[in-house]
Design a binder for this molecule. Sequence first.
Ligand SMILES: [Zn+2]
Length: 240
Amino acid sequence: MLEINKSRLCHPENYTRGRREPITYLVIHYVGALGSAEENAQYYGSRGGIGASAHYFVDHSPGASVWQSVPEGHTAWHCGRSDGRYKHPKCRNANSIGIEMCCHKDKSGAWYFDPETVDRTVELALDIMERYHIPIQNVLRHYDVTGKVCPAPFVEDARAWLRFKQRLEAGPMTEETVKAIVDEETAKRAATERKAPASAWAAESWAKAKEKGVFDGTAPQAPLTREQAACVLDRLGLLN
Ligand SMILES: [Zn+2]
């Protein structure tokens, strides 16, 4: 279960109350600065007039690394364009949830994400996608909406973005999913075994065993349990 800190919500002057359209898109950003998720939540929560906002800030800190800023039912200002020149035909602030990923700079000056930040964002994104039935093709980078280089690590390395999206497509493998797969495989194998005829090398003996009443003639390739083996030996008179 993802822990979300909601103790420092966004200042109401930095977003629009309510929504004009239902939520159908999820937009991923990077903060583009060195602050933690908590520091970002503090910053957007402490003053109005910033002219920008997001629903969530995610970083790598252990424990509560996800900070909610704008509640989902309100319109955050995260992917708008004042000139209206959008790259994407439909995704707008009004119909999307915006997640800001915290980041670091390496020695060459390139921005990167901690693997834990990516993990937590995957977890949060899956939760949002499930709650609003957002399909994978509606999960976008800010770049896909307006052309802004954001999130830089996922724009400069398009493969990293694809890997991120693959994780959203696969979904989490729950214990139930694993059990369902194993059960299905077991049932399939059992069905195949029941239908398969006796192998050529065993056909003659199998026919004799059936004739003598050792077996009933069905499922020649099914495995034999210990209790079945005991009955076979008994029918052959070997246990008297
Ligand atoms: Zn952005």
